[in-house]
Design a protein around this ligand. Structure first.
Ligand code: PBG
Length: 328
């Protein structure tokens, strides 16, 4: 051993010293709050596997967004729960659908709130897949290029309503270029694109699918979402999306993919978002409810780890409670 011995503990002695040398800190400004929007008024239906999360009518969405914004959370992302589903997901581009109505109501009530929308077909299709199904080589598959047309309609609908950011989560090839072109041609060059660039086929989405009613009726999403074993492929996806015009890119889920967040962060210079998904949230809530962990402490530790890994923006169902815990 060298002498005198190195003593890193010196800088851990008091809270003042610890906070002076802390490398990463959370702020409410890091968070985006996901909200599930349905039709009707004064509707607030709890999602059983996600305590504290609700399916909300537009008026209730505005209430929750106001509360989050008052606690310094700058942004929400909307997921739609349509009344009607069909094979093509045509409610996805309904100008009077829940997402379009909620975007309008939010931009009226909170002009400074950054309103993001999730762009995908799975909430709107009766089969629950993220695009148009066709038969190919004896299999039912999602037709990539036909789906791009549907996604473009949905993104335009959200842009017309006033969305600040549209976020395609479908994992079709070429959707960023397609959406950028469609938005620009319609005069929406100011609408930003956040691409779910590295989105894995994950078991952590199960509570979300309960909330959104978007579980595939048959099969799974492995032919379009990424294989959990792949890291280099995430870099390729991210590079493609940046080349196609993505303003920001996302890694999803977050917690089991912290290595991907770090690698992606060093690969590109656009802002990197990470999605602290429904299953990650549900695990914390379940263990907390059982008294097995200190829920608030673990929540903040997880969010901090996602930021430390390299995320600039964290989509999280904890956004409001975390902002409150941070004293905002
Ligand atoms: C839509 C979409 C999903 C999530 C966000 N957008 C679900 C999925 O791919 O099945 C998951 C979010 C979460 O689990 O919190 N494709």
């Amino acid at each position: 051993m060298s002498f005198p011995i190195q003593r890193p503990r010196r800088l851990r002695r008091t809270e003042t010293l610890r906070s002076m040398v802390r490398e990463t800190s959370l702020t409410p400004n890091d968070f985006v709050l996901p909200l599930f929007v349905m039709t009707g008024k004064q509707q607030r239906h709890p999602v059983p596997s996600m305590p504290g999360v609700f399916q909300l009518s537009v008026d209730e969405v505005v209430k929750d967004a106001k509360l989050a914004f008052a606690h310094a959370v700058p942004s929400v992302i909307l997921f739609g729960l349509p009344e009607h589903k069909d094979a093509l997901g045509s409610s996805g581009w309904d100008a009077h659908g829940p997402v379009a109505l909620a975007v309008r109501a939010l931009k009226d009530a909170l002009p400074e709130l950054c309103v993001m929308t999730d762009v995908c077909m799975c909430e709107y299709t009766d089969h629950g897949h993220c695009g148009k199904l066709v038969q190919s080589r004896g299999q039912t598959v999602v037709d990539n290029d036909a789906t791009l047309e549907l996604l473009a309609r949905e993104a335009l609908c959200h842009a017309e309503a006033g969305a600040d950011v549209v976020a395609p989560s479908d994992m079709m090839d070429g959707r960023v270029a397609k959406l950028r072109k469609a938005l620009d041609e319609a005069g929406h060059s100011e609408v930003a694109l956040l691409s779910y660039a590295a989105k894995y086929a994950s078991g952590f989405y199960a509570p979300f699918r309960e909330a959104a009613g978007s579980t595939p009726q048959a099969g799974d999403r492995r032919s379009y979402q990424m294989d959990p074993g792949n890291a280099r492929e995430a870099l390729r996806e991210v590079r493609l999306d940046v080349a196609e015009g993505a303003d920001m890119i996302m890694v999803k889920p977050a917690l089991s993919y912290l290595d991907i967040i770090t690698r992606v962060r060093s690969e590109v210079d656009v802002p990197v978002a990470a999605y602290n998904v429904s299953g990650e949230y549900a695990m914390v809530k379940a263990a907390g409810a059982n008294g097995w962990i200190d829920e608030q402490r673990v929540m903040l530790e997880i969010l901090l780890s996602i930021k430390r890994a390299g995320a600039d923006i964290i989509l999280t169902y904890h956004a409001l409670e975390a902002a409150r815990a941070l004293g905002a």
